[in-house]
Write a protein of this length. Structure first.
Length: 398
């Protein structure tokens, strides 16, 4: 059995104090200061394990991220929701309504959606390690121009891509052009009623005419999903038409009643990317997940939990599209405050040394949510959640 679990055991040995127990091992939990070896690791079959922190009850995803174990090695129990809906992907994509992924410039949201679609269609392990209860029928609505590219991405997603149907739907009278929403809403509804898919995947920007607001297509999709009783996973890549700011698009979608869940696909650290939930209707927003886009051989490879929170991910999105001075100030503050609070005068001196105006630094402080705290030695700046002791003050006051 040890040979089958060698990758997991190697990760555990890095933390030391690994010893066998009935059906698995006990080891130190890497998610907290554990000196007793309170992490119970149980063999779950196929080289996968269940992780249970007996001391602090640490989250499975936090433990697997610290161990650098991807979802293919760890079984994650579905989150507990008291009154949540049915699920395609528990906590992320409900089995009814519209879930939207807004992408930062340079991130392929369709590749992410298709990877989830193949996992749902084959009942394969989901990106966060959860195991679906059953395979789903999945349909991708594409234009004649993009159907070939979608088929290539599905094939590259691994075994099971052929179980996802790609429909190059034609719209207009006599099917003379590509699908357009909301003009072809009746035709799409008839099409879906015939096939009864449990999950529909589509790219909003390829099926919505240029002069029609995307919100109209979203409204039509929300109404259609309710009537047909299906889940829709819609994606929207960055473009001049969609708007470059993924955070602004996601916020606008969250404020409307057209979506049941909104996610952002953003750039992370060290070349990684992340899928970050920013809004959900009626259940707790889940944590973000890191992935790499490895090209045509494997469009999306999921790795571990995303360390940054939702607000931090939103303020850090689309940095290359911001004004150079604001970007530099954002990075300066992030690097200086990452290790802990710093005196405000030191921050301003460092900013002045690289030619940044106080007003530019102030704007970056608002973006990061920097907290200003008055101490005996003067004002101290810190990142949210890392402030020093003492009374806080609004950042606009400093």
């Amino acid at each position: 059995m040890a040979q089958e679990y060698e990758t997991v055991l190697a990760a555990l040995r890095r933390w030391g104090n690994v010893r066998p127990t009935e059906g698995g091992w006990l080891a130190r939990c890497p998610a907290h200061d554990d000196r007793q070896g309170s992490l119970l690791v149980l063999a779950a079959g196929d080289g996968r394990v269940e992780l249970d922190c007996l001391a602090d009850g640490c989250e499975t995803q936090d433990i697997s991220a610290a161990l650098r174990l991807g979802p293919e090695y760890v079984v994650v129990a579905p989150p507990a929701f008291e009154d949540g809906p049915g699920w395609i992907w528990p906590g992320y994509v409900p089995s009814a309504g519209v879930s939207l992924i807004d992408g930062e410039d340079g991130v392929s949201t369709m590749a992410v959606a298709l990877d989830v679609a193949v996992r749902a269609a084959t009942a394969a392990v989901l990106p966060d390690g959860q195991q679906p209860q059953a395979a789903r029928t999945v349909l991708v609505l594409a234009s004649p121009q993009t159907a070939g590219q979608v088929a290539e991405l599905l094939e590259a997603c691994g075994p099971g891509g052929e179980r996802v149907e790609v429909a190059a739907v034609l719209g207009g009278r006599g099917g003379q052009r590509g699908l357009r929403l909301p003009a072809d809403a009746d035709q799409v509804e008839r099409f879906l009623c015939e096939r009864r898919p449990e999950l529909v995947v589509l790219d909003l920007m390829t099926i919505c005419p240029y002069r029609v607001p995307v919100e109209r297509a979203l409204r039509m999709l929300a109404e259609l999903a309710q009537r047909v009783d299906t889940a829709v996973l819609a994606v929207r890549d960055a473009s001049k038409r969609a708007g470059w700011s993924s955070s602004r698009r996601a916020q606008e979608a969250s404020r409307s009643s057209l979506t049941t869940a909104v996610h952002m696909a953003v750039h992370g650290a060290d070349g990684a990317m992340a899928l970050v939930p920013v809004f959900s209707s009626g259940w707790t927003v889940m944590g973000g997940l890191q992935f790499h886009q490895a090209g045509r051989t494997r469009p999306v490879v999921w790795s571990s939990r995303f360390a940054r929170g939702r607000d931090e991910a939103m303020t850090g999105a689309d940095l290359p599209r911001r004004r150079p001075a604001s970007t530099s100030a954002y990075r300066l503050l992030g690097s200086m405050l990452a290790a802990g609070p710093a005196p405000a005068r030191d921050v301003l001196a460092a900013a002045a040394a690289v030619g940044l105006a106080p007003r530019t630094v102030q704007r970056a402080r608002r973006q990061l949510g920097v907290v200003a705290t008055k101490t005996g030695g003067g004002w101290v700046l810190s990142l949210p959640g890392r402030g020093s002791s003492g009374g806080g003050a609004p950042v606009s006051g400093q």
